[in-house]
Design a protein around this ligand. Sequence first.
Ligand code: ACO
Length: 432
Amino acid sequence: MAPTAKITIDDQLYDLPLHTGSEGTRALDISQLKKATGCITLDEGYANTGSCRSAITYIDGQKGILRYRGYPVEVLAERCEFTETAYLLIYGELPTEEELETFRRNVCVHTLLHENMKKIYAGFPPDAQPMAILSSVVSALAIYSKDTLDPRDPEQRELAIYRMLAKMPTIAAFSYKQSIGQPFIYPENHLTYCQNFLHMMFAVPSERYQMDTDFVEALNLLLILHADHGQNCSTSAVRMVGSSNVNLFSAIASGICALWGEWHGGANEACINMLETILADNRNLRKYIDLAKDKQSGFRLMGFGHRVYKNYDPRAKIIKQVCDKLLKKHGGDPLFDLAQELEEVALTDPYFIERKLYPNVDFYSGIIYRLMKIPKNMFTVMFALGRLPGWIAHWREMQLSPGKAIHRPMDLYIGSTLREFVALVDRKQTSS
Ligand code: ACO
């Protein structure tokens, strides 16, 4: 007999199907609950809600485990190229040499933007936030890619995926060039994904650009470590928006917007701002630890804590090691020393110990980006670049899922009950 869980509501007993995932996670299936009982479930912040079945990424937050399609992220970060990891996430298997070559070719022929798209950039002020530019221009891809808007058509779906992957680095690098008043540097398709991005970011027409191979490697690693993370806020946004059958570009634009917030991907920039503030404030670590503990202050330790990890984030562990290695070779960074001290103080403080708050992926990543001369306001764009294959993989998985349905949660209504309408002239002010 299939396993079930039993709940009693108003003295009546109901059976709920109990599913077990491939790694042993158990889930109560409440899909028929409302029909059977009239009740809905309430889970603010979705901390206990499985919104879908997914075969993409496995996370064990207690043990600090992260695997893409069954492969530990540590192994992929050491042995793979970013495009290879993207293929794995999107299609489920590591590519053969031939499959990878075909995939790379399919992607790189789409790296150019339509020339008219450059005019979109001209409409933004020079100090426009790059995440706002990124989401706007990605949204505009739907206008310039009208032949790939139907997610139900397999050919259109695949072409949209190639275009999205190919154009994202170009869009991101152009937003930086626009902000500093330099000419856009066109993609060069003989370069790898990471090389091409650095080339478009830092080359200028008047000089030969010498690429630092350490930075190419570091970028490859950072993008892989950010490539997917289950049903996080931005991926859930992509799935939510995509569930209406909208095109890939619009779904990804919504993911970019969700990532921008400082409780999510925006934490990498916020973390560097925080470290700079502490450094300028005589390295007064204790003051900021105390502020983070004080709920009234509204201040949180940026780059610390995670909804899923109640242990050291495995990505942060790798990033810290790479940061250390790179800074030993390329010269130190006072922010790295400070970040390590801050980590040490926090990890010995009962507040952080009791709540299992550890450094997350955003705590050390900004220090590597600083070293690479990537400006602070581009940090979250870098995160988006890395997360793109994950967003695409989830969007595609959802499109192909036999159980695909529009996402439409409910609420527990706590507002006014039926009221009588009052004419405008008769209304009294009720609040200041
Ligand atoms: N500093 C201080 N206290 C914290 C922090 C922090 N960074 N993070 C969590 N807490 C506290 C909360 O105040 C809460 O305390 P309480 O139990 O006394 O009320 C407790 O720890 C649990 O925190 P929640 O907010 O319930 O945890 P949640 O899972 O909702 O939030 C989040 C996770 C948003 C990441 C949170 O830890 C945070 O704001 N961190 C700082 C921002 C950050 O680094 N975000 C990046 C996350 S990784 C990513 O999205 C890519």
